[in-house]
Write a protein that binds this ligand. Structure first.
Ligand code: ADP
Ligand code: MG
Length: 417
């Protein structure tokens, strides 16, 4: 198979018989293809170079395919503030951080509200050709990496605050996801925004109804089967009485007088959680923290409404239960059990109807949250936090699947590509 050199080509053209013309044509096409290939190769090399300069190599072909995916036309959907359903499920993707750039990790998650895509790079049967496999999920909200805490708050907790005051509701916001996915970042953002709105609403309500309302707060974490008060720094016991009612013995409620005091108290609890975490080998990824804000009528102490802000333990335990010591394995089992129980409670709540069995007894976490599940005036928002990185793709898929199954019925399908 002798290669036709440019000189050979010139000779052919001089001959000008139909055969030589056909050969020349084939040759030209081949030359064009070769140029196109060279161009692609050059661009690809340039991409690799650029990536190296920016510190983000990884699989360039995969990244190019993701880039092309994002360049395609897609319909923009605007977030609309509904917040009137029993359960709202959202996903929030955090930005890629510096460390991930340094270790050449890269972004494989696309959030186009209300959808989330997780991209996987696959090989065709020929074993060489790569293609992009994009798994899509639909939620009530999909918040991308540029979404601020203020926006997340606006479509998640803020409608619940209206519900608490207008309807005397019990509202809960959960952050679910693997450790490092942005749960605490999100919940602390919601805490500070809620601190402001709660006092504005208390003032408004008092003026309208002539009844004095007070805000009482408790803040604690559940770790294994244990409970720790984050305001008083003491161990608490969870006790079940003969009727299966659960109580946290000696849990304090602190009266809060102003927005500033509320912020300060929240920060005190958060800080205790953090110091605790470093001392106890990252306990924060193994504990559920529960910040409860009770709105009570001042004269009777009757509960008017309640907002619970819950930062759940890292959801990554399932896979690593083998590698730890016995204590760790038991903790992991407890976390798995509570997250599973939580999902079942959500599903029961969502399928609704009187007399539906809500399996809150299956874990300490759900026992403690019982009233938020069995009460007719209960509403819940779950925010599934995800890392953007390819190295976390498996955990991200698990989180999205969990969030997907929390609702009994599929979420609205409008906006599917
Ligand atoms: P988790 O509580 O799920 O373990 P964190 O909330 O502690 O995760 O987030 C891990 C890191 O990522 C923190 O340094 C946090 O500041 C950062 N982070 C998380 N979400 C965001 C975001 N949306 N924007 C910017 N930084 C974020
Ligand atoms: Mg955290």
């Amino acid at each position: 198979n002798p290669r036709v050199t440019p000189t050979a080509k010139v000779k052919c053209l001089k001959g000008k018989t139909p055969t030589t013309l056909a050969i020349a044509e084939i040759e030209k096409n081949r030359e064009d293809r070769r140029k196109a290939m060279a161009q692609v190769k050059k661009e690809r090399e340039q991409d690799i170079l650029n990536n190296e300069r920016n510190g983000t190599p990884g699989d360039v072909d995969f990244q190019r395919m993701i880039k092309q995916f994002r360049e395609q036309d897609h319909q923009e959907f605007r977030h609309t503030s509904k917040g009137d359903t029993k359960i709202t499920i959202c996903v929030r993707k955090r930005p890629v951080n510096k460390r991930e750039v340094r270790v050449k990790d890269y972004d494989c998650v696309t959030c186009w509200h209300p959808k989330v895509f997780i991209h996987d790079c696959k090989l065709k049967v020929d074993g060489i050709t790569k293609y992009l496999d994009s798994n899509a999920f639909v939620f009530d909200h999909s918040f991308d990496e540029n979404t601020t805490n203020a926006t997340v708050y606006k479509y998640t907790a803020q409608p619940l605050i209206q519900f608490i005051f207008n309807e005397g509701g019990l509202a809960t916001v959960f952050a679910y996801g693997q450790t490092g996915s942005g749960k605490t970042y999100t919940m602390e953002g919601i805490q500070s925004q809620a601190a402001e709105d709660l006092f504005v609403e208390i003032d408004k309500w008092q003026l309208q109804h002539g009844i004095v309302l007070e805000l009482w707060m408790s803040f604690y974490e559940i770790y294994g089967g244990q409970c720790q008060d984050l305001l008083r720094q003491k161990r608490l016991t969870i006790r079940e009485d003969g009727n299966g009612e659960v109580q946290i013995v000696d849990l304090d409620e602190v009266k809060i007088h102003s927005e500033a005091e509320l912020l300060q108290t929240m920060q005190r609890g958060n800080a205790l959680r953090t110091t605790h975490a470093t001392e106890m080998n990252d306990q924060s990824s193994r504990s559920h923290s529960i910040c409860q804000l009770n709105i009570r009528e001042a004269t009777t102490m009757k509960l008017h409404g309640k907002l619970s802000l819950i930062d759940l333990a890292g959801s990554e335990r399932g896979a690593d239960t083998k590698s730890h010591n016995r204590q760790r394995r038991m903790e992991s089992a407890e976390i798995n059990k509570s997250l599973l129980a939580l999902k079942e409670c959500f599903r029961a709540l969502d399928s609704g109807g009187r007399g539906t069995h809500i399996p809150f007894r299956a874990s300490k976490l759900t026992q403690v949250l019982k009233d938020s599940f069995v009460n007719a005036k209960a509403r819940t928002v779950m925010i599934a936090a995800v890392s953007p990185c390819a190295s976390s793709a498996d955990h991200t898929i698990n989180t999205l699947r969990y969030a997907d199954r929390v609702k009994e019925k599929p979420v609205s399908n409008d906006g599917f590509i």
